[in-house]
Design a protein around this ligand. Structure first.
Ligand code: SF4
Length: 616
């Protein structure tokens, strides 16, 4: 095959055995790669309704057909498992160099099942898999682990995806880190890895990745590189990066602040991309095969945390900044650094601490719980200390490590009303109360609260629609966004280049790399198929319409000030949006794909999931 390695590596940690299987072109064209491969394998390899920490929960690594080629922004990989946060689909993506290395080793998919008796790491060395003792790595940070593994394998080019102390302790917001600070962040996949006693996956590949039409691909990539370097459509990423969002969202009253108590932050200037750039950014770098180079690396120049470095995109900046009422970028940078080292989802960790700060201010928890920390909004030193407590499950960090949903259920006393999550996964950096198309996208997102499964805030913030209203047609906007985002995640292309692509262009590069026939319409259909596949997985694991919800604050507490003052999403509005979306998708009013829809998408083999629901 061209582009694809054409092989699945299946590893059983319990028996320390492995085998490879191959897949054919029909499978490749139907599921494309990345998310398509990931959900398909999860449906087929995971017994239904198991606990996420059951050894039979497979941890699945996938790459896309472009990984390892010259195609720009394609150096990504994805990880899937049943999520210990949501009990639905666990799904995360990371950039860097790990994905292309996995492809060069000869695999598009790696399925890891079972549980090792003792801590181990996997050493995938082309065709050979070694089960390496990791006793000496247990307890080490992600950074230490990566360095030690490279040293002991004696090869700088070994790429390592590893968990930190948080994953070892089954913290439900634990991440997997590769290439120092790139994270598979969301849905707690680091905890699934920890539950298998699997500290790390190291990979080195020496195979070429042949492409079908090298001349055509070269010409196309030249165009793409030019556009990525010079187009106004990618300018934001080349200049300030995503931290540019802080001031824009503050102006739009869409910046989640102090645990969603407000949508504007009076100190936004002090945590803006502009301020960060001027005072802290020391390096701008990029991932494999990316001319956009959006990664802004910050360093604290002085004070007690002098020398601390971290990559600072918008989302963790929001979570450790406005969301916690913090106006000191030193605190944000230090908190992010600890998340990378300990292996924590920086978005969820910030949202959890913002929740705990409100609990503290309301007297629901006190200094006995926090181990002496004065956990008020704005106390950046306490925030940083709490990151450590969550990673190591110390004091109330042990409860917070369960995520905001489970923590609020335990704390009670009304705290559930200000716990900000969807399907158990903490919210991200868009205040949904005044972004109603986006709110629908979040409500139906298959991996819980998420801007990256649809990007529907774009319609609201650009003025393309009236963002304060609900009306027919929003379901179509979200569906179309989700389907093309599925293709970005299948190929896997960085979404920061999304404005340069459409289905026809994606199909073109797919043909150039793989040599397989593919039209833009077939690509669109594959996106729709993958969206439905995600829905089927979640339905099989117990999802119903009531799980397509929004946090209580979004539905009950109007935005108190700013341009969006008074805005919120009522239950009536959410029901209207869901009805419109389900109908547009060809699903029932309960959000179940019909048998006709499955036939249309070639997913009849999963009719067993929907048939019992359709009878009711
Ligand atoms: S735009 Fe940024 S995140 Fe995306 S591939 Fe390039 S450097 Fe990586």
């Amino acid at each position: 095959m061209f582009g694809y390695a054409g092989r699945i590596l299946k590893i059983d940690l319990s028996t320390r055995s492995y085998k490879t299987e191959s897949f054919n072109e029909a499978f490749a064209r139907k599921y494309i790669g990345g998310v398509g491969f990931g959900i398909k394998m999860l449906l087929d390899e995971q017994p239904p309704e198991i606990d996420p920490f059951d050894p039979e929960n497979p941890l699945i690594y996938t790459v896309g057909p472009l990984a390892g080629t010259m195609a720009p922004t394609s150096g990504k990989y994805a990880v899937f498992a049943k999520s210990p946060e949501s009990n639905f689909l666990g799904e995360g993506y990371s950039t860097g160099f790990f994905g292309p290395e996995l492809k060069r080793a000869g695999y598009d998919i790696v399925v890891i099942k079972g549980r090792s008796q003792k801590p181990i790491y996997l050493w995938i060395d082309d065709d050979t898999v070694h089960f390496m003792d990791a006793s000496h790595l247990w307890g080490k940070t992600t950074w230490e682990t990566e360095t030690i593994i490279r040293e002991e394998l004696g090869d700088y080019y070994v790429r390592v995806a590893t968990i930190g102390p948080a994953g070892e302790r089954l913290v439900r917001v634990a991440s997997i880190i590769n290439d120092h600070w790139r994270a598979v962040g969301r849905t707690g996949l680091g905890a699934v890895m920890g539950s298998k006693n699997l500290k790390a996956v190291a990979v080195r590949g020496t195979n070429d990745i042949p492409v079908a039409d090298i001349e055509g691909l070269r010409e196309h990539c030249k165009e793409l590189y030019e556009e990525m370097r010079h187009s106004s459509k990618t300018a934001k990423y080349r200049t300030l990066g995503t931290p540019a969002n802080v001031l824009a969202l503050n102006k739009a009253a869409a910046l989640p602040t102090r645990n969603y108590q407000s949508a504007t932050f009076e100190k936004a200037e002090l945590v803006s991309g502009e301020y960060l750039n001027e005072h802290f950014i020391v390096k701008i770098q990029g991932c494999d095969a990316c001319p956009m180079r959006c990664e802004h690396v910050a360093m604290i120049p002085d004070g007690p945390w002098k020398g601390t470095t971290a990559r600072i995109p918008y989302e963790p900046l929001m979570a450790f900044g406005p969301y916690c009422g913090v106006d000191r970028l030193e605190g944000v940078i230090k908190a992010k650094e600890l998340c990378d080292k300990y292996g924590l989802d920086a978005i969820s960790t910030g949202i959890i601490i913002g929740f705990a700060m409100e609990c503290f201010e309301r007297g629901l928890i006190d200094e006995k719980d926090t181990g002496g920390l004065d956990l008020r909004f704005g106390n950046y030193e306490a925030m940083v200390a709490m990151v450590e407590k969550i990673a190591f499950r110390k004091d109330i960090g042990d409860l917070l490590a369960e995520g905001v949903k489970r923590a609020s259920e335990k704390i009670g006393k009304g705290s559930e009303e200000f716990a900000s999550h969807i399907k158990g996964v903490e919210t991200t950096g868009y205040d949904l109360r005044g972004l109603k198309t986006c709110a629908l996208g979040y409500a139906v997102s298959r991996r819980g609260a998420d801007h990256q499964r649809h990007g529907s805030y774009g319609h609201d913030l650009s003025g393309e629609v009236d963002r304060f209203k609900v009306e027919k047609g929003r379901g179509k906007l979200v569906m179309d966004d989700e389907d093309i985002y599925c293709i970005f995640d299948a190929m896997i292309l960085c979404k920061f280049s999304r404005r340069l692509w459409n289905y026809d262009r994606i199909a073109r590069i797919y043909r150039e790399v793989t040599g397989l026939p593919m039209t833009g319409e077939e690509m669109r259909k594959a996106g729709e198929r993958i969206s439905n596949l995600g829905r089927l997985y979640n339905i099989r694991e117990g999802l119903t319409r009531k799980d397509d919800h929004l946090p209580p604050r979004v539905m009950k507490m109007p935005i108190p000030s700013g341009i969006a003052k008074g805005s919120y999403v009522s239950q009536e509005e959410l029901d209207f949006l869901l009805d419109d979306y389900y109908a547009t998708r060809g699903w029932t009013r309960d959000g179940i794909p019909t048998l006709e829809k499955l036939k249309d998408l070639g997913l009849e083999e999963y009719a067993y999931i929907v048939k019992p629901k359709l009878k009711k």
